[in-house]
Design a protein around this ligand. Structure first.
Ligand code: PGA
Ligand code: ZN
Length: 400
């Protein structure tokens, strides 16, 4: 039974304030913090300013949750929607609700003396493959590549610690190859290198790094993209530094990249309203590449339903803070899975060391987890996966 709910302002990896929530029950304690995006989708749950979020929690939300049973996650999340009264958490804030919802889950797990992933799941658990940002630009590093993220994943690894290690080696190798070419650079918001090079050069470097480290590790490492195409779309064209592309040209371009580089994964190749464009790309290449909707789906059951009906993709990016509760996150995954879509649990570009998504990815059986490669707020999730892997037997990574 929930006794008390507290909120405080903490800071994320960009140094922006965010909300952290603590839930106290008679026998459990839970704490969670909201992450924040930079290239956010239009249809995401609304983020309200942290001071307002804390005020809402203290004056409207806490009193209605106190006395409720923390182990009834669906009821708690339903109540959050009721209290909010809108369909996108624009009243109490999606940041407020996701932090509360996750903290409630932690408190209930604590009361049962279970790790969160075990409390939330059935007997079958598996560790997802880590998908991490080796190089990028876009909204996470203006002036670097047009494509937001060059993502790598060690599909041939069988242990989570060697998978994480492989990603760190590729990350290091990318830096070395850049340096060898005389390119100096810093990192973007998610810890990927942010060089001022053309996208073509980035492809050359990342594919070389992936091939070299693959050979050294003795297992396959693949790479892919988050195009974050909504950020490039000006209403009629996709605007790159060197040229513009129409929708048809964009589809041809992405399909060409998938063939040329044998891309494993492409996220948001088209803008957030272009279900048709997604569908025609998926028809072309969906048999050999994961086509994932992030801003397209925003973890929202209605938008995922539309995508399924239109054969718009074959995978869904899962960001709990896009939809605002643990239950809505679970429902999105259930729906996607039912129709054979892969699910990729994901961090945001603004993160804290909160590791809830590591647990959710295991509990809900996600095939992949996108949570960076380096940086304390990214490695916090990866290290938690290593701990979870140790507990459940780290040979149980998914076969992709
Ligand atoms: P965001 O970007 O967290 O800045 O929205 C991540 C992504 O587009 O996947
Ligand atoms: Zn994305």
């Amino acid at each position: 039974i929930i006794q008390d709910i507290l909120a405080r302002k903490i800071f994320d990896s960009r140094g922006n304030p965010t909300i952290e929530v603590e839930v106290y029950t008679d026998s459990g304690f839970g704490r969670a913090a909201a992450p924040a995006g930079a290239s956010t989708g239009t249809y995401e749950a609304v983020v309200i300013p942290v001071d307002d979020a804390i005020l809402k929690l203290e004056t409207e939300v806490a009193e209605q949750l106190v006395g409720e049973d923390a182990s009834m996650q669906a009821d708690i999340d339903y109540l959050l929607h009721e209290i909010d009264g809108t369909d996108n958490f624009s009243n109490i804030g999606g940041n407020t609700s996701v932090a509360i919802s996750m903290a409630v889950a932690w408190a209930a797990a604590d009361a049962y003396n279970l790790p969160l992933y075990r409390y939330l799941s059935g007997p079958y658990q598996r560790i997802p493959y880590p998908l991490g940002n080796a190089l990028g630009g876009g909204a996470h590093a203006k002036g670097a590549t047009d494509i937001q993220e060059f993502l790598i994943t060690p599909v041939g690894a069988s242990l989570i610690d060697e998978a994480v290690y492989a990603n760190t080696l590729v990350h290091k190798r990318v830096k070395k190859l850049l340096t060898d070419e005389g390119v100096v650079c810093g990192k973007g918001d998610e810890g990927g290198w942010a060089p001022q090079v053309t996208d073509a050069k980035a492809f050359e470097i990342v594919s070389k790094a992936v091939d070299e480290v693959s050979d050294e590790m003795g297992f396959e490492i693949r790479f892919g993209l988050d195009v974050a195409a909504t950020e490039l779309w000006n209403g009629s064209h996709y605007v790159y530094k060197d040229r513009k592309r129409t929708t048809e040209e964009q589809i041809e371009y992405i399909a060409g990249l998938i063939d040329e580089y044998d891309l494993y994964y492409v996220e948001d190749p088209l803008h957030e309203n272009d279900f048709e464009g997604f569908a025609s790309l998926t028809e072309k290449v969906g048999d050999r590449c994961i086509i994932c909707g992030d801003d397209l789906f925003v973890t929202n059951v209605d938008r995922i339903t539309k995508g399924i009906e239109m054969f718009a993709a074959n995978a869904v990016l899962i960001k709990p803070n896009q939809i605002g509760t643990v239950t809505d996150t679970f429902n999105a995954i259930q729906l996607a899975r039912k129709y054979g879509y892969s699910c990729i649990m994901s961090h945001r570009s603004g993160e804290t060391t909160d590791n809830t998504i590591a647990h959710l990815s295991v509990a809900f059986g996600c095939e992949l987890i996108k949570t960076g490669i380096v940086g304390g707020e990214r490695i916090a999730k990866l290290n938690e996966l290593i701990r979870i892997g140790e507990e459940i037997g780290s040979d149980r990574m998914t076969e992709s």
